[in-house]
Design a protein. Structure first.
Length: 106
């Protein structure tokens, strides 16, 4: 089987990379809890393979409409596809792992 040299396959590390966005509303206890929870989940399950962007909708309210955010905190998995969303403080680790289709490969 030949490969097309003009379209190399993405490196394995890049194919397994997760791009996540967490939308929060200021530094409320619920927001801080969600940030801490997702950081812990990512470090335990995706160490070195994730990019997490925390977006404060008090500072950037225009982003809520663009990403159709109706409640906070909301976590969006942009990559790998399919796009997934989880709303809440992310305290249920199992729910987050299943919702984002993250499998612990350790």
């Amino acid at each position: 089987m030949k490969t097309n040299p003009t379209q190399p396959a993405p490196p394995k590390a890049e194919a397994n990379r997760y791009v996540l966005q967490l939308f929060v509303a200021g530094q409320t206890p619920k927001s801080v809890h969600a940030i801490n929870n997702i950081k812990k989940i990512c470090e335990e399950n995706l160490q070195g393979r994730y990019e997490l962007e925390v977006i404060d909708l008090y500072q950037q309210p225009q982003l809520a409409q663009g990403d159709q955010i109706i409640a906070v905190p909301t976590l969006i998995k942009k990559l790998p596809l399919p796009l997934r969303r989880i709303i809440g403080d992310l305290s249920n680790t199992e729910r987050v792992l299943v919702g984002l289709d993250i499998r612990n490969e350790a």
